[in-house]
Design a protein around this ligand. Sequence first.
Ligand code: TRP
Length: 332
Amino acid sequence: MAKDIVCSGIRPTGNLHLGNYFGALRNFVRMQDEYDCFFFVADYHSLTTHPTPGSIYADARTILVQYLAAGIDPERATVYLQSDLPETIELYLFLNMNAYLGELERVTSFKDKVRQNPGNVNAGLLTYPTLMAADILIHKATRVPVGKDQQQHLEMTRTFAQRFNNMYHSEVFPLPQAVGFGNDLVKIPALNGSGKMGKSEGEASTIFLTDEPSVVRKKIMKAKSDSGPIEPNQRKPEEIENLFTLMRAVSSPDTVAYFDDLYNRCQIRYGDMKKQLAEDMVAFIEPLRQRIIEIGADEASLRRIIDRGCEKAHASAATTLAEVRQAIGYRH
Ligand code: TRP
């Protein structure tokens, strides 16, 4: 039986952080052994909200370097820039012909963007889901690792795929499944005591894979805590639970158990706990940060990786597009 095909991408909006690592990246790395994987940087999608990005290639390169540093292997997976695969755009055009205004207007992410920025409701923003569907369907992907916020887009991808198949009496597209980030998913909280780590909670609440040890230490020491438990075995408030979650992600189980026990006996000192967490966090981030520096400095290898990824992505896309054009009735 043929291997399942996996496809996913990340928009280039800056350095990746611990939340991205325990969400997308670690799962991409795990999937590359089991499936035929396509991992790209969604640098076309950027224009839907930032029409004049300024440094789009540098931003896309940043993500690519961080993919590689996290362990995505360009020998096993196809790693490429979305903008190196304009075949996606031809498929996007075909899908747009059968995507209806009403259904696009009902998409939650679209409505959010309209509310946030009513001055830039462009057609690209409206058709964000068809571009995303094109990313996925161009490789006939069957599994798409995404977070919860992308589930609706995945549902639409299935709708567009099914509609295309019906409309042209073909079976060109398999219907892709959204796969969550696994049962062992660690949701990395922000350091300010609420919400998840990421841009929206601010840079001081986010640990980036590129943060130097002194920066990591400072951020952790400033993380929100409280004045401590007053009763044994008391339930942990959110900000304290968050510290433990971060510790479970990067420290040894013994360390977690040690501080958990202190908490339950009302003997915990958060300063000590944070110092330990900071050191374990540095030990976790530092090798990643070093690899990012190393890989980012080797322009020649990076070029080769990008070119090779582009080539492999083209080959996959060409096969699909030939079938798509034939199904519609174009010369192929
Ligand atoms: N929309 C996704 C996000 O913001 C990025 C993305 C674009 C994507 N195309 C994709 C994810 C195709 C998975 C598959 O996170």
